[in-house]
Design a protein around this ligand. Structure first.
Ligand code: K1U
Ligand code: ZN
Length: 173
């Protein structure tokens, strides 16, 4: 397993990759599982609660997540070719962050419940409902698969301010 570099929006080459639409995975193989292992290790090291493959420069439709709270047993989750089958009409606000937009937290409104379908770590088809933080995080990560960042849900002014802040912080580091 390896910790990979997370692409960030202050770098023009990274941003071009982050804006790409990710391609479907043909089959869940040992290579896919090795990538998911690296993604999980990278996410835990960051630390974060979710990560899409494109954030480490691999534009494939793969997500990892762990919503276990501090002190709880790790509960890694793996999603290959996830699809949102249904979304609730009711929206809920949540102050989101993103490892590709470091240290920026802004409120985004998203459907408060979704029904999703995906292949798990072993390539088994799973269907389930997600609500609360799970619904927020899976929708945020699935946006990454479409080349959409959470700051794209903000006004142009807020988005530009966020990118400027990340660029300034990167220059100062
Ligand atoms: O970059 C990412 O996509 C990961 C992102 C996931 C996310 C967080 C909050 C709302 C929606 C999606 C993060 O993990 S940001 C870091 C974070 O939220 C966190 C870090 C450490 C402990 C707890 C939370
Ligand atoms: Zn993100």
């Amino acid at each position: 397993m390896a910790i990979r570099r997370i692409l960030t929006v202050d770098n023009a080459a990274d941003l071009a990759v982050l804006k790409q639409k990710s391609v479907p995975v043909e089959a869940v193989t040992d290579e896919t599982r090795a990538l998911m292992d690296d993604m999980l290790e990278t996410m835990y090291a960051a630390p974060g609660i979710g990560l899409a493959a494109v954030q480490i420069g691999v534009p494939e439709r793969i997500i990892v997540m762990d919503l276990a709270r501090e002190g709880e047993e790790p509960a890694p989750r793996y999603y290959v070719n996830p699809e949102i089958v249904r979304k609730n009409d009711q929206l809920a606000p949540y102050e989101e962050g993103c490892l590709s937009v470091p240290d920026i937290y802004e409120t985004v409104e998203r459907p408060d419940q979704v029904h999703l379908r995906y292949l798990d770590y072993n390539g088994k088809l799973v269907e389930e409902d997600a609500d609360g933080l799970y619904a927020v995080c899976i929708q945020h990560e699935m946006d990454h698969l479409e080349g959409v960042l959470f700051i794209d849900h903000l006004s142009r002014l807020k988005r530009e301010r966020a990118i400027t802040k990340v660029k300034k912080a990167a220059r100062a580091a």
